[in-house]
Design a protein around this ligand. Structure first.
Ligand code: ZN
Ligand code: ZN
Length: 151
């Protein structure tokens, strides 16, 4: 099943929800702010075409990479390299190759930063585009799910 992580507009906490047409509100565990949702039957089938939070159609895909874990591993490798003459960096590189290359892809909404996991049509989504991001975030442009070349 697709899972959705919204960002609370009030306090910035993550709100986890499962797509259900009946769910029209998500409540933030931290500040109890209620976020309206617009789930459709496609969402229940893990098809992402419209954002259930802001109703836009512009998403990008990226690896589900845990940045904090990556930094922690790098620090450990750096400390260990003092004793191992840099071998720990080779180990880290191999670890990265084996573990992180296999990470699943997630979809992110440009407009509201909602995160979607287990999206069945993830292959249809495009990687992050800096220009699209700037135009959506700063000029509130709506690409309606089309690539930037069509605009
Ligand atoms: Zn909140
Ligand atoms: Zn959105």
């Amino acid at each position: 099943m697709m899972t959705v992580t919204l960002t609370c507009p009030e306090c910035g906490s993550g709100i986890h929800v499962y797509p259900k047409v009946e769910s029209t509100l998500a409540e933030c565990d931290v500040c109890q702010h209620q976020v309206p949702l617009h789930f459709n039957p496609e969402h229940e089938q893990a098809i992402l075409k419209d954002c259930p939070c802001c109703e836009r159609k512009d998403f990008y895909k990226q690896k589900d990479f845990n940045r904090k874990l990556g930094v922690a591993l790098f620090v450990i490798a750096a400390i260990l390299s003092l004793f191992t003459y840099g071998i720990s960096f080779i180990v880290l590189y191999l670890f990265d190759l084996l573990l992180f290359r296999k990470l699943s892809m997630i979809a992110v909404c440009y407009k509201c930063q909602s995160i979607f996991r287990n999206v069945s049509n993830i292959d249809e989504l495009r990687p992050y585009d800096h220009e699209m991001n700037d135009r959506i975030v700063y000029s509130d442009h709506d690409f309606k799910g089309l690539p930037i070349e069509n605009h």
